[in-house]
Design a protein around this ligand. Structure first.
Ligand code: G6P
Length: 607
């Protein structure tokens, strides 16, 4: 996590740094800071707790001038979110450092530096980079050499940028485990965690690779690989659109993104369906020939999309499928069945655990790797054999909404594509395609339920706990509903497969614990109804999102909201929408920070 921006230019860079940080708030928003070297070679540092806006205000009140500077927006790992722990960290009023990642041996290095007479002012792991660089600078000729020596001593993950007020014409940047991109301007250069931060100043980028260190000045960029040898990294033109992304008529990005789902789904389907079939170039068939097993890796909301896909791969395509959380997969020894496809699912394409899992999988016996991703220039896209671009449009709200439903649509297209080699008939493929094509209109109908859901939320906002129930592929949808509610309203929410209710969670059920049930018209409906009766018999209060043909009726113990009838294949996508709206409206009543909930970040680039 954490967002980094740096610049070496002739003009003042404070505004560029702040604008860049604003684009990177999705990586963390606990505190923000910048350090700039002024023309008289003084280091000026400003740090503020809270969002970038606070830092911007501080810069307006005390302007900082200078052409070389670094800036940072933080997601706290070591040390609480206060001003002393905010980046940049400074050594001897000379060296300033911003860092994204975790230095795992920081305690040992801290001890060694204390023995050398260094004083630490923060609890962060980052501060060791600052003092270590200062320490090495006493015996090296250049800042580059000092950083090279420093980096050799670091264990863990870092994307870091270092400046020295005595050498104001350059910055040194290093990457291992945390992404950094160099932006090329005319007589000026930049660095950032994500090209998005720099689109206002350049569209030409080169991506640093693992172990790279770069020396960046106004007129040159010298890159050295992990062995210290000079290397060239391709300069590419960014494909990311720089269109303004404001909230429009909506109060929050999340609401805007919920309402954008019909459009996002249309975009992902466009050009990918031909005559009742998934188009041949949607997924490159030659690389996917003979796939007999699928392993999906993801985190958070993307993991829930993967869980739904497991039901589809096995029931529709007849292909065995495992799903695992990336942070578990990467640290266990797994067996790779023959002819396996590894799929990573990620909105950002930069989730540290998912990326590490992909890298691990490349050393295992997978036939090929595929990512379904929303960020064309991300590490996952660059490092996977096959990339399916989701085209959901930029998602700003930390709690994922449209990325989830678009991931599901993409997975359904993959199920149809791979299913052809297995049990999926042309008729069934046609049915999947038609169901997918009906999605945008169906979702519009569900979005029209907003007022009803808003009223429902009013009876919910004073609750402290809640239970979400579903069966079959609706079980992961219940999980996603519970995740949304806890992320943005801070209400404790758990999800259970409804059949598991009597194995524990039923003990929790009382009038203070609302139970939310997702009940489409499918072959598990009657089983689900029995589970609902179990809750009713224990005095539980239920909210049931049900198909109009399901037979559920509102009464004293149950509020039923009718969801338009849909093909059961796409029901997981359709039933996601009311749960998103419910969480949103509960959060709104509770007055939480919907788009940037406490303690979270959109892109989790540390493990
Ligand atoms: C964070 C975000 C979630 C997201 C998860 C995985 O936790 O807050 O919304 O689902 O990361 O992110 P990815 O970008 O890999 O889908």
């Amino acid at each position: 996590m954490c967002g980094i921006v740096g610049a070496v230019a002739q003009r003042d860079v404070a505004a560029i740094l702040i604008a860049g940080l604003k684009q990177l708030e999705y990586r963390g928003y606990d505190s923000a800071g910048l350090a700039i070297i002024s023309a008289d070679k003084q280091l000026h540092c400003l740090r503020r707790v809270g969002k970038v806006e606070k830092l911007q205000q501080a810069v307006i009140e005390s302007p900082v001038f200078g052409g070389t500077g670094i800036a940072h927006t933080r997601w706290a790992t070591h040390g609480i979110a206060n001003e002393t722990n905010a980046h940049p960290h400074i050594s001897h009023q000379q060296i300033a450092v911003v860092h994204n990642g975790i230095i795992e041996n920081h305690q040992q290095l801290r001890q060694q530096l204390i023995e050398q007479g260094y004083t630490f002012s923060s609890e962060t792991d980052t501060e060791v980079i600052t003092h270590l660089t200062h320490f090495h600078l006493q015996t090296t000729e250049t800042l580059l050499e000092a950083v090279q020596k420093t980096i050799k001593q670091l264990q863990g993950a870092y994307g870091t940028v270092i400046i020295d007020k005595n050498d104001p014409e350059q910055m040194i940047v290093a990457r291992s485990g945390s992404p950094l991109v160099i932006g090329y301007g005319l007589g000026e250069h930049f660095v950032a965690s994500d090209p998005l931060a720099l689109l206002a100043v350049t569209r030409r980028f080169s991506f640093l690779e693992e172990g790279d260190i770069a020396q960046i000045s106004r007129f040159s960029v010298k890159i050295f690989d992990a062995q210290g040898d000079p290397v060239k990294r391709d300069i590419v033109e960014s494909q990311t659109s720089n269109e303004s992304n404001d909230k429009g008529q909506y109060k929050h990005y999340m609401l805007k993104e919920i309402f954008e789902q019909p459009l996002a789904l249309q975009r992902t389907l466009a050009g990918r369906i031909q005559q009742h079939k998934i188009a041949p170039d949607c997924f490159p068939n030659e690389k996917l020939q003979g796939i007999e097993h699928i392993q999906i890796i993801a985190c958070g909301t993307s993991y829930h999309a993967a869980l739904v896909a497991r039901y589809w791969f096995e029931s529709l395509a007849g292909i065995s499928c495992n799903v695992e959380i990336a942070s578990e997969f990467r640290y266990r020894k797994s067996v790779t069945p023959k002819n396996s496809l590894l799929i990573t699912l990620s909105q950002s394409g930069e989730t540290a655990d998912t990326l590490a899992a992909l890298r691990l999988a490349k050393q295992l016996d997978y036939q090929t790797t595929l990512t379904i991703c929303n960020s064309p220039e991300s590490s996952l896209v660059r490092e996977s054999d096959i990339a399916y671009m989701m085209k959901a449009g930029r998602e700003v709200g930390v709690a994922s909404s449209k990325a989830f439903t678009v991931q599901l649509a993409a997975l359904l297209m993959l199920v149809a594509t791979l299913g052809r080699q297995h049990q999926l008939s042309a008729d069934r493929e046609k049915q999947i395609v038609e169901a997918l094509q009906s999605l945008p209109a169906k979702i519009e109908q569900v979005l029209a339920m907003e007022q009803q859901i808003k009223q429902l939320a009013e009876g919910f906002a004073d609750k402290h706990h809640s239970l979400f129930l579903g069966r079959g592929e609706q079980y992961p949808i219940a999980m996603e509903g519970a995740l949304k509610l806890k992320e943005i309203s801070y209400i404790h929410a758990e999800a259970y497969a409804a059949g598991e209710l009597k194995h524990g969670p039923l003990a929790l059920v009382d009038a203070d614990m609302p139970v939310i049930v997702v009940a489409p018209d499918n072959e598990l409906l009657e089983k689900l109804k029995s589970n609902v009766e179990e809750v009713r018999a224990r005095g539980g209060l239920m909210i049931v999102f049900a198909d109009k043909n399901s037979g559920f009726k509102s009464d004293d113990t149950m509020q039923v909201l009718e969801v338009p009838h849909c093909d059961p294949i796409i029901a997981p996508i359709v039933y996601t929408i009311p749960l998103q709206l419910l969480s949103y409206h509960v959060a709104l009543i509770k007055g939480t920070d919907v788009d940037q909930p406490r303690n979270l970040a959109k892109s989790v680039t540390v493990e």
